[in-house]
Unconditional design. Structure first.
Ligand SMILES: Nc1ncnc2c1ncn2[C@@H]1O[C@H](COP(=O)(O)OP(=O)(O)OP(=O)(O)O)[C@@H](O)[C@H]1O
Length: 616
């Protein structure tokens, strides 16, 4: 199409020069059709390449999501992957940029360039002999060498700029997530200074990049415009030096000059376009590097997997269990991943994937029998625990104990002694540095449910039902309503039903910011009553709740026959536990002993009504 559009003026020169009105009208009609064709082709190319970039983005994002959400990789990455900045930015922006530059900006020019350059080289040779192609090719080589020198620093700077952008945005996210605390501290000025520091770093890199781009743009524009002149230098060769068109009339010469100029200019333009892609390549290299770093880090984390209670097959990141009543279990168990979540995209489809999905749906898997069940959930044998990033800090030394269904355990100790860290070890998030910890049950929420110290409620159109059944996925099942209402009544949060406009109303407000800390803790505990796990691990789960409500909740846990392992500071908690593990926090010392619940209950009774908090 470009060729037809390009030679059209030379045909006009002939028709107009010969005063041939019939040819002139025919050329007008032909020109219109060609332009329509060209416009349509260009629009179609853009459409297809954009479509391709969307598809590529989907594939890359789904692949990285799978690795990121699989087996707590996101946790390990935030804990151990300090050298990898802003994984969220890499997933949300860098992948989009990579696929857009690759598919929209680079692919079509790159695919078509060899054909265009080959064809126009032939046309140039045909009309000017070897002088034309040699001149244009030499011109291209010089341009490439100059570009190369400028492009190398640009790649590094693009990489830096992306990192600074991420840090800058992260600073603002942090303020947004903690608006209330910042307002209470009245620390707006300090936050301003810290945000400005990040901004300054970003602006400095952007300035440098802009300066290098000035040089790049100057060189590119210079070669662009000089290319226009070069085509006329070449046209002069057959006319003035080789006398090839001596016999041509003025009109014919006009047509020849117009046609040949188009050939040479288009060849030069094709080379310039390929070189202009160099800028895009620089940017592509910068962002692709960031995406690949993330991919490699995630692959490394999985090759070095800490989790041992699950077969090493990949658990599809988006597989979650549908809330179902007992009698629904069998029907939900036969659902495939596709039925539940729509088509899943998986590059390395795993044989065990379906099996894992069934396991998460509550169906028995064939190796379920391999898991012994004598009521012992966890055995810790001479385990020494340190934070993963600091082996010299010993939290607990040579700990030996068993977590058994039916036997409640209270972990006590001063703040920072390592109570939450022990739960991290039980949950398989941290490994013991020596000794052994075996989890005899599959770590799923129906067996072992962990409530973190800081409650978590996802936001963005999540319904009350979904919050209650988290971490499983809820479908609107009418008959579950009495059960959900009962669960809310236990934690005295039934007023939420009205506030949320029912169980299935999409809530737009931020749960974490709107509900009080006590309400958030009560709603977390509602999840325990809903899930009804065999053992619940409660990390200071009642610290923001009044004394009486705490007693009520622990009594309900006992009524529901849910075994629990709690951490906490309140003396009153002791009466609800059989054993106490006291962590001393000095070089990892600890003591484990039975609790005489009866005497503690009578002592606690004397405090009742005063809501006194006593340190243990
Ligand atoms: N990711 C981490 N990297 C390094 N050290 C950590 C990490 N997380 C916790 N620690 C350290 O491990 C120790 C134990 O922390 P942990 O959160 O278990 O205390 P805790 O007993 O639960 O405290 P609190 O009662 O205040 O909740 C602390 O000294 C803490 O600073």
């Amino acid at each position: 199409m470009t060729f037809l559009v390009g030679v059209q003026p030379s045909l006009f020169y002939v028709a107009i020069g010969n005063r041939d009105s019939d040819s002139y009208l025919a050329l007008c009609a032909r020109g219109t059709v060609i332009v329509i064709g060209k416009a349509f082709t260009l629009a179609l190319c853009k459409f297809l390449s954009t479509y391709l970039s969307i598809k590529c983005r989907e594939i890359c994002n789904l692949t990285i999501h799978r690795l990121y959400f699989k087996r707590q990789a996101f946790y390990k990455m935030s804990l151990l992957g300090d050298h990898l900045d802003n994984p969220d930015q890499r997933m949300t922006q860098d992948i989009e940029k990579t696929t857009r530059i690759l598919s929209v900006d680079l692919m079509i020019p790159f695919l078509t360039a060899p054909f265009i350059i080959g064809y126009y080289t032939y046309l140039t040779y045909d009309s000017s002999g070897w002088v034309g192609p040699v001149a244009i090719y030499s011109y291209f080589v010089i341009q490439t060498v100059v570009n190369k020198f400028i492009l190398t620093p640009i790649v590094g700077l693009v990489n830096d700029q992306e990192k600074m952008e991420g840090d800058f945005r992260h600073r603002h996210m942090e303020v947004r997530n903690n608006v209330e605390a910042v307002a209470f501290y009245r620390s707006g000025v300090l936050e301003n200074v810290m945000a400005n520091q990040k901004l300054k770093l970003l602006i400095a890199v952007q300035r440098k990049l802009t300066e290098w781009r000035l040089a790049l743009n100057f060189i590119t524009n210079f070669f662009d415009y000089f290319g226009g002149m070069l085509s006329y230098f070449i046209i002069g060769v057959p006319i003035f030096i080789t006398d090839a068109y001596n016999g041509a009339t003025g009109t014919e010469l006009n047509a020849i000059v117009s046609r040949n100029a188009f050939y040479y200019m288009y060849l030069i333009y094709s080379f310039s376009s390929v070189l202009k892609l160099a800028g895009d390549f620089g940017e592509l290299a910068g962002v692709t590097h960031r995406v690949m770093e993330l991919y490699e880090e995630l692959t490394r984390l999985h090759s070095d997997c800490l989790e041992t209670d699950r077969p090493p097959s990949t658990v599809p990141s988006s597989v979650v269990v549908i809330a179902s009543d007992e009698d629904d279990k069998n029907s939900s168990a036969v659902r495939t991943i596709e039925e539940i979540h729509g088509k899943q995209l998986s590059l390395e489809r795993d044989e065990q994937e379906e099996e894992e999905a069934q396991y998460l749906l509550g169906a028995k898997t064939k190796d379920d029998e391999e898991w012994p069940d004598d009521g012992v959930a966890i055995t810790v044998d001479s385990a020494t625990l340190s934070p993963p990033t600091d082996n010299s800090h010993i939290i607990i030394q040579l700990l030996s104990l068993q977590i058994i269904q039916g036997q409640t355990l209270l972990i006590t100790g001063d703040s920072g002694c390592g109570k939450s860290s022990l739960l991290r070890m039980f949950a398989g998030l941290w490994n013991c540095s020596s000794g052994k910890m075996d989890c005899h049950w599959r770590r799923r929420s129906q067996n072992l449910l962990f409530l973190a110290q800081k409650p978590y409620f996802p936001s963005g159109g999540v319904t009350l039902r979904q919050q209650l059944v988290y971490p499983i996925k809820a479908l609107p099942v009418e008959k579950e309503i009495p059960r959900l209402t009962k669960v809310l009544e236990i934690v005295k949060m039934e007023h939420l039903i009205e506030r949320c406009g029912g169980f299935d109303n999409n809530i737009e407000w931020d749960w974490m910011k709107t509900l009080s800390p006590g309400e958030l803790q009560r709603l977390s505990l509602a999840r325990v009553f809903y899930t009804n796990p065999r053992i619940a691990f409660l990390d200071e789960a009642t610290s923001a709740i009044g004394f009486e409500l705490e007693m009520h909740i622990y009594r309900k846990l006992q009524e529901e026959k849910i075994t629990y392992v709690s951490t906490g500071h309140r003396y009153s908690l002791k009466q609800f536990h059989d054993m106490e593990l006291r962590v001393n926090g000095h070089g990892g010392e600890w003591t484990l002993h039975d609790i005489d619940s009866a005497s503690i209950a009578s002592r606690t009774a004397s405090f009742l009504g005063t809501d006194t908090v006593l340190s243990m």
